[in-house]
Structures are given as structure tokens and as C-alpha cells.
Write a protein that binds this ligand. Structure first.
Ligand code: CAA
Length: 269
């Protein structure tokens, strides 16, 4: 469902669910379970809409984005991207246009992650202000296996979170990091048992929501300033490289192999 108008609280989303807990915490649940919450344009537009609605809703003091037990999100939707050309992604400003509304949100946004947070899913979690991970969470940037690179900030935010060495390791080998390693590396702020992921994250959000709103907004803005220095330049650089990889044969091969459940044969073209 493509949404182009802003209303206060919209309930008829197709790919997300929203509700408010304790009158203070806005919860957005990514809901494409069969595709492990793979992120397509429609979902990202709905997410952007819901985030803006909660940001504007006076009583809401903190927002949580979550998925399901198996997946926070397994990345951008590979089926949707498989036939994209460079001209498509560059001219439509893919990612920049629909995925980054979260950067405009002034209230704190917490990612409550269980299961897979891969590719764009890991990047979405990193766009949130902090990540609470269930003990079954797995993080990774496996885009290289598809003949592309992370395209939603992964090459910029991951090194800032875990340092260059581990970020290079993750981005170049496509390996996954479990919750324990992610916490030790500084990617997530806390690990909780899977069954208490939502109660614990809601309790954290309620703590934040009770504080004076202006101080909360200022605190978030100030920490972001320390972190985001030249992030915009880095992201733009990454985005253009990401777009250009849609002109390679190996991107078509990598994505088609994934969809057809066969090993890819790359030709370095
Ligand atoms: N896009 C589209 N569909 C996806 C998907 C994705 N990113 N991830 C999983 N799915 C689909 C699968 O195709 C499958 O659909 P069918 O049942 O119709 O076959 C369904 O979700 C379940 O997936 P699996 O059967 O593969 O589940 P699994 O438990 O065996 O494996 C997994 C789970 C390891 C996460 C595996 O699904 C996987 O490797 N997914 C792709 C991860 C990935 O490469 N993410 C990066 C995408 S590119 C990106 O995100 C670019 C960017 O930076 C913006």
C-alpha cells in the first residue's frame, strides 16, 4: 500500500502493525513474516508514515520498532531489486527517498531485535537510536554475496558502532554476529531473553517517556551530533557505489541465484 498523505494515526497498514502501550510508547511491528520482513518500498513508506505519526502524537514519548521472533528484517527485498538497473536506482534515488524518514524523527526510536537483522534490516536497526537485542538476534551485512554492498548506511554506521576491523570483517565475509558478540562490540546496548524482549524494551521506553520531553529531544539531538559528523558524505558515497553495482552482471546473477535457490556463478563483470 503506497501512502502519500500524512494523517495522524493510520490503522490500515499492510506491511506493519502499530499500537500504543501505556498511552506513551508507540510500537511499530514490521509484518511481512513469510518474507522474513524483507523491506520493500511499500513497507518503508508505511514505516515512515507511522514514525511521523508517532512523532507528532503528543502523548507518545518514545517509539519502538520491532519484528518477530524469527526476523527483525532479513534485508531489502531481493525479489524487488533483482531486475533493477543503475538507471532505475540512481534516478529514483533508491533508499535515500523512502528509507531515511527515520532520520527526521525527533523522539527516541529503539530497535527491539530478535532473529535475523541482515543487510537493510541491520541498517534499519542501526538507524534507530539504540538496539535492544534478544538472545537469539543475529546481525550481518551479507550484501557482498549478492554482488552489491550495503546501501542503507551499513558501511558507515557499522564501523562507527563496532570499529573498522570488525566492520570490514562483517561486510567482506558476510558472516553473522550473534547477540553476545554484538553487545561486546558495542552494536547493541543490552541483551535480554527472547521472551522478555518486548516487556523489557517497553519498560526502557517508559523510562525515557517519563522524562521532560524537551530534554529528551535535546539529549537525542546532541548525541546524534557527536556521532553523525560526516555521516551524510559517507552515506552519499556509499549510495552511489551501491547504485552503480546494479549495472553489473554479478548483481543480476547473485539475486537471481538467491531467488531460484541455487549457488551463484560470478563472472566479475
Ligand atoms: N528479500 C526477499 N525475500 C527474502 C529475503 C530478502 N532479503 N530474505 C528472506 N526472504 C524470503 C526467502 O526467499 C523465503 O521465501 P520463500 O519461502 O518464498 O522461498 C523466505 O523469506 C524464508 O527465507 P529462507 O527460506 O531463506 O529462510 P532460512 O531460515 O533458510 O534463511 C536467511 C534465513 C539466512 C535470513 C536467508 O533467508 C537469507 O540469507 N536471506 C537474505 C539475506 C540477505 O542477503 N539480505 C541482504 C539483502 S540486500 C540489502 O539489504 C541491500 C541494502 O543494504 C539496502
Amino acid at each position: 500500500m503506497i501512502i502519500s498523505t500524512m494523517e495522524h494515526t493510520k490503522l490500515n497498514y499492510e506491511f506493519i502493525k502499530t499500537h500504543v502501550e501505556h498511552d506513551k510508547v508507540g510500537i511499530i511491528t514490521l509484518h511481512r513474516p513469510k518474507q522474513l520482513n524483507a523491506l520493500n518500498t511499500e513497507l518503508m513508506l508505511e514505516l515512515g508514515h507511522a514514525l511521523k505519526a508517532f512523532d507528532a502524537q503528543l502523548e507518545v514519548g518514545c517509539i519502538i520498532i520491532t519484528g518477530n521472533e524469527k526476523a527483525f528484517a532479513a534485508g531489502a527485498d531481493i525479489s524487488a531489486m533483482a531486475n533493477y538497473e543503475f538507471s532505475d536506482v540512481y534516478s529514483s534515488d533508491f533508499i535515500t527517498k523512502d528509507w531515511e524518514i527515520i532520520r527526521q524523527i525527533r523522539k527516541p526510536v529503539i530497535a527491539a531485535v530478535s532473529g535475523f537483522a541482515l543487510g537493510g534490516g541491520c541498517e534499519l536497526a542501526m538507524m534507530c537510536d539504540f538496539i535492544v537485542a534478544a538472545d537469539n538476534a543475529k546481525f550481518g551485512q551479507p550484501e557482498i554475496k549478492l554482488g552489491i554492498i550495503p546501501g542503507a548506511g551499513g558501511t558507515q554506521r557499522l564501523p562507527r558502532a563496532v570499529g573498522k576491523s570488525k566492520a570490514m570483517d562483517m561486510v567482506l565475509t558476510a558472516r553473522m554476529m550473534d547477540a553476545k558478540e554484538a553487545e561486546q562490540a558495542g552494536l547493541v546496548s543490552r541483551i535480554v531473553a527472547l521472551e522478555s524482549l518486548m516487556p523489557e524494551t517497553i519498560s526502557i521506553a517508559l523510562t525515557i517517556a517519563q522524562y521532560p520531553r524537551l530534554a529528551v529531544l535535546a539529549a537525542k539531538e546532541s548525541v546524534q551530533r557527536a556521532f553523525e559528523g560526516s555521516l551524510s558524505d559517507g552515506i552519499m558515497y556509499e549510495r552511489r557505489l551501491f547504485h552503480s553495482l546494479f549495472s553489473t552482471q554479478d548483481q543480476k546473477e547473485g539475486m537471481s541465484a538467491f531467488i531460484n535457490k541455487r549457488p551463484p556463478v560470478f563472472h566479475n563483470k
